[in-house]
Design a protein around this ligand. Structure first.
Ligand SMILES: Cc1cc2nc3c(=O)[nH]c(=O)nc-3n(C[C@H](O)[C@H](O)[C@H](O)COP(=O)(O)OP(=O)(O)OC[C@H]3O[C@@H](n4cnc5c(N)ncnc54)[C@H](O)[C@@H]3O)c2cc1C
Length: 447
């Protein structure tokens, strides 16, 4: 079985496509061996005679990321290396600027072609752009993240879930196919240094005070987490997924974020459960909402700025910019959970302690940051810094979209006007009390 041609996008079409030389899979967003369209495509190009090597380049620092996320990533990559070794595909780990390192590797082994993952975020896009121009050979992107490839589902920024949903649904049948199994390598690969994991840990140059959390990392753990969700919790999803005290959501977002689990695998497994409303509601989040985030980041380079807000929301926030605030906090006060609201502090604590905040609380948490910051710009900065520092699933299109949805009306509509919020949808603790047992949540996370 061949990888669907529409998942494939050549990033430097003017470069030559060589039929000789090794194939490099430059792994970045999809850190897994199974169910990985880019790796399958690289394997397809290698065929029986050309060697295939997999390379991951670790950039020692990334914007707001912390040691917690690097640790999760490196543990997952170790498993990738071990699993590739079992099928005779060498894995090499490089450390440094990803664009330079991948070009160096391609030149060293006289690669014939480089395949990489689709990623709409600015830093990766710029590495890919530089590599595309420096490489002597083709750099080919494969979208293994979205079930319906982001470049295919729409060629513009979609207005809301209701506009992208029919486009996804129209194409879903064509793309939601079973994955072929990755075949072991048959050609003789070039000799490459084994990954030096200790050197990688030493090279990490981010905030080391944010410690790893208990969640097990890697493809194997991700598949176990999926199975346990399907067996034990999916049935409650429709009714209880908005209750932060219930463990009714999947908590798969860290595995999806690091590409340790493919959303397509999750969708395939969920789609046969016959779990009625829970199945439908879950697939709406996993497919429509998640792919809407990639659509936004791909088509709007202001995805992490208020310039990315719809016009109605930006002007409404502006109209209310000088409204008096009852409370204002700095980034440090928010970070240390030192607000007057014990519910807000509990949500911040859940995130800091576990690397995961329940989805319902993320909305409340972000909206209150808007209400208690000196300006919407400062609020957005606080949300992004804290989200990307503590959440395992941070630094992702979902995070930037979640932030702009909460405080800047993205993919939403105008609501009744209020101080500070303007026409942005409002949330308060009283609303939370109507939805779930707030005191239970507070006592669990404010210990
Ligand atoms: C302020 C704010 C910040 C957020 N930050 C992130 C983030 O950094 N990373 C992240 O992955 N998600 C983020 N989200 C979206 C959502 O809250 C999380 O994806 C979800 O809570 C993850 O938990 P789960 O895996 O148990 O979700 P489940 O409810 O089990 O959903 C399954 C999957 O569907 C996707 N999904 C669910 N809800 C959404 C949504 N609203 N938008 C897009 N995709 C969704 C996720 O991939 C999720 O893992 C944020 C939302 C808000 C409001």
């Amino acid at each position: 079985m061949q990888v669907h041609a529409k998942r494939i996008h050549i990033l430097n079409g003017s470069k030559s496509y060589s039929l000789d030389g090794p194939v490099i899979y430059w792994m970045s967003r999809e850190q897994r061996v199974q169910d990985n369209w880019a790796l399958l495509y690289a394997r397809q190009l290698a065929g029986t005679t050309r060697p295939l090597v997999v390379c991951f380049v670790m950039s020692p620092s990334l914007m707001c990321a912390s040691f917690r996320q690097y640790d999760f990533m490196l543990k997952g990559l170790k498993e990738v290396a071990d699993n590739l070794e079992k099928i005779s595909i060498p894995f090499t780990l490089r450390i440094g600027p990803p664009d330079c390192e991948i070009v160096r590797l391609a030149n060293d082994i006289r690669a014939g072609v480089v395949v990489t993952d689709f990623d709409p975020l600015r830093n990766v896009e710029s590495w890919q752009k530089n590599a595309a121009s420096e490489l002597h050979v083709q750099l080919i992107e494969v979208d293994g993240r979205n079930i319906v490839p982001a470049r295919i589902v729409s060629d513009k920024q979609e207005y809301a879930a209701r506009t992208i949903r029919p486009k996804i649904n129209r194409l879903l049948f064509e793309y939601l196919e079973e994955f072929p199994k990755l075949k072991p390598q048959s050609a003789m690969p070039p000799d490459l240094a084994k990954p030096d994991w200790d050197a990688a840990y030493r090279a990490i140059n981010v905030d080391r005070s944010v410690l790893p959390v208990e969640l097990s990392s890697g493809e194997n753990a991700a598949h176990k987490a999926l199975a346990s969700f399907v067996d034990d919790r999916l049935k409650n999803y429709a009714e209880k997924s908005n209750d932060p005290n219930e463990e009714a959501t999947s908590v798969l977002s860290p595995y999806i974020q690091f590409g340790q689990l493919s959303a397509q695998r999750i969708a395939l497994d969920i789609a046969v459960t016959g779990a009625g409303d829970s199945q439908d509601k879950f697939l709406e989040q996993l497919i429509v909402r998640r792919e809407l985030s990639d659509n936004f980041c791909l088509n709007n380079s202001d995805y992490d700025s208020l310039n990315g807000a719809p016009d109605w929301a930006a002007s409404s926030l502006d109209d209310h910019r000088d409204d008096p605030r009852l409370y204002t906090y700095t980034l440090e006060e928010f970070d240390k959970a030192k607000t007057h609201s014990i519910l807000w502090n509990a949500a911040q604590n859940q995130m800091c302690q576990t690397g995961y905040m329940h989805g319902y609380m993320r909305m409340f948490w972000a909206k209150k940051i808007l209400e208690w910051s000196v300006s919407p710009e400062q609020a957005l900065k606080t949300i992004i810094v804290l989200n990307d520092r503590y959440q395992l699933d941070g630094s992702s299109p979902n995070g930037y979209v979640g932030a702009l949805w909460s405080i800047a009306g993205l993919h939403d509509r105008p609501w009744k006007k209020r101080p500070i919020y303007g026409a942005i949808r409002y949330m308060n603790e009283r609303g939370c009390r109507r939805k779930f047992k707030v005191d239970e949540y507070i006592s669990r996370w404010n210990r």
